[in-house]
Design a protein around this ligand. Structure first.
Ligand SMILES: Cc1cc2nc3c(=O)[nH]c(=O)nc-3n(C[C@H](O)[C@H](O)[C@H](O)COP(=O)(O)OP(=O)(O)OC[C@H]3O[C@@H](n4cnc5c(N)ncnc54)[C@H](O)[C@@H]3O)c2cc1C
Length: 493
């Protein structure tokens, strides 16, 4: 099948979705191609969910500029998209005098980058912000915050869709060619053809490959995996700020730290390990053991029963293991390849920076197409950022009176109602894997990790769509949930 657009975005991570939403403010025909069955299946939903302040990046670098600007854009964006954000601030803690010059340097760098409110503080003040934290000195950054990375990515995509951008899920871009007068010709593994005047490469771990497909060589991505533990909500409230160790020179990440999530869990991690296969998300016993030991040192209250899950995310690094550290983001409107906007190596803080990157990219699109604002653009996504369980008793009673499906709990750990699951099932993007529902409704994110709710969700999906066992997928086409019936339908036990 052939599709024709003015602009095509390749990759439905937080960056691609932010670009889609920014473009939807204009009268432009645009679409996003994503190889997975939902948006956000790459690094964008597998990270710490931290909005970085921007003091760690070299002054004048693109990373510094888009981090500081992206962070500042988040309050309005999250309000409009109904995404949870908590401005809890961060303490970057130096354990002894040796760390003091590093922290003072970070403060100076942050001031130059335009980071608001940075202060170097002593032990007493540090402990007022986070009781019990141990350290000699700390850098306090009030604009460091936490956010739901799933809600942000999905919210951006849904709002872009509502404003006219088409989303083609399950479409892996396989080849790209440019034809004189006709523009770009993009073919996907499903055999679909997409034509466009401008293409935007936001393919994350595969950004160097997509770049090569469009005729731009010279980039390499070195996948670097970060593993995490997720802790039970029993410890919710233990951390009142983000606590990071003072960074060490050329380290590939921040070092192990504890991060509270907006939903009340705590993450331990991420680690940093270069890997060969770009999408090997497996966690490893040795690293998990290390995380348990380091986590326990940072927060002695952790009990064995608090570890409810582990997961990994993979950074799209441009620096090989022997070099370490980071390179600056590549965001370029290629002069040698007309109509190719190339984004490579958007490792951290791509989540924080996504709205600023989107503005920059759309300005570049304006070099190729005339961008006329669309007066019908609606920035607001319907719904609420709160789950039913977070509402007051009166609000809950009102909702149950309006729709009895609010009165039935499907996910017992997270207290997610049948109505919330049905809303997730009927999401505008039509993404219906178990992981898609988990990212939207939080079902199966609690202690039992789906033991109670997944059979009930399966029943809801079967009733809604008449699915056969083979139709249920965990994450994508390669992860079937069932292989068939144990006994023939209507058969005897
Ligand atoms: C462990 C870890 C922790 C992090 N913590 C933070 C943090 O706290 N704060 C922060 O700001 N940033 C953080 N980051 C960085 C942040 O997650 C990334 O910068 C951001 O998610 C990048 O978004 P993206 O859209 O570029 O990439 P992705 O989310 O990877 O999206 C790329 C998309 O392109 C799709 N794709 C690839 N190839 C093709 C193809 N050929 N055809 C179609 N689709 C394709 C992929 O399936 C994917 O969905 C962290 C990253 C990691 C790994």
């Amino acid at each position: 099948m052939n599709h024709k657009y003015e602009v095509l975005i390749i990759g439905g991570g937080v960056v691609g979705c932010a670009i889609a939403r920014e473009l939807s403010k204009y009268r432009v025909s645009a679409a996003l191609l994503e190889k997975e069955m939902d948006v956000g299946m790459g690094a964008s939903c597998r990270n710490s969910g931290v909005l970085h302040a921007g003091f760690k990046y070299a002054p004048g670098s693109l990373r510094a500029r888009v981090a500081v600007k992206g962070n500042a854009l988040m309050d309005d964006l999250c309000r409009d998209l109904k995404v949870k954000i908590k401005r809890i601030g961060k303490l970057t803690v130096g354990l002894d005098e040796e760390d003091e010059p590093t922290l003072r340097h970070l403060k100076e760098q942050g001031d130059t980058n335009g980071v608001p409110g940075l202060r170097v503080i002593g032990r007493e003040e540090m402990q007022k912000i986070q009781p019990g934290v141990e350290g000699y000195i700390a850098l306090h950054s009030p604009s460091s915050s936490i956010i739901s990375p799933y809600s942000l990515t999905i919210g951006l995509a849904e709002n872009a869709l509502a404003n006219g951008v088409n989303f083609h899920l399950g479409q892996r871009v396989e080849s790209i060619s440019q034809q004189p007068e006709k523009g770009w010709h993009v073919r996907t593994a499903a055999g679909e053809i997409f034509e466009a005047q401008v293409i935007i490469n936001a393919a994350g771990l595969y950004s160097a490959d997509v770049s090569r497909m469009a005729g731009v060589d010279g980039y390499t991505i070195y996948p670097c995996r970060g593993e995490y533990y997720v802790l039970d909500k029993r410890l919710n409230g233990t951390l009142t700020a983000l606590i990071y160790p003072a960074p060490k020179k050329n380290a590939p990440g921040w070092g192990t730290h504890l991060t509270p999530t907006v939903d009340g869990n705590i993450l331990i991690g991420p680690t940093a390990q270069y890997i060969k296969e770009p999408e090997n998300h497996a966690c490893t016993p040795d690293i998990l053991r290390r995380l348990r030991i380091e986590g326990q040192k940072l927060l002695p209250a952790i009990q064995v029963s608090d570890y409810i899950r582990n997961f990994a995310g993979i950074r799209a690094k441009q620096t090989p293991p022997e070099v370490g550290g980071n390179k600056d983001f590549v965001i370029e409107d290629r002069k040698d390849v007309k109509g190719f906007i190339n984004l490579v190596g958007l490792e951290s803080p791509g989540l924080t920076a996504s709205p600023a990157i989107a503005q920059m990219v759309v300005e570049m699109v304006g070099n190729h197409l005339s961008l006329v604002p669309d007066p019908s653009f609606n920035p607001v996504r319907p719904g609420s950022s709160d789950f039913f369980s977070e509402l007051s008793a009166e609000e809950k009673a009102d909702l149950v009176a309006k729709d009895p499906n609010y009165g039935e709990i499907i996910c017992r750990c997270e207290k997610i109602t049948k109505k919330e699951i049905l809303d997730a099932i009927n999401n505008p993007l039509g993404a219906r894997t178990i992981v898609s529902l988990k990212y939207r409704a939080r079902a199966s994110m609690g202690r039992c990790q789906g033991g109670f709710c997944i059979p009930r969700i399966v029943r809801l999906l079967r009733d809604e769509f008449g699915w056969r066992p083979e139709d249920f997928l965990k994450r994508g086409v390669d992860s079937p949930l069932f292989v068939g019936n144990v006994r023939p339908e209507g058969g005897q036990a």
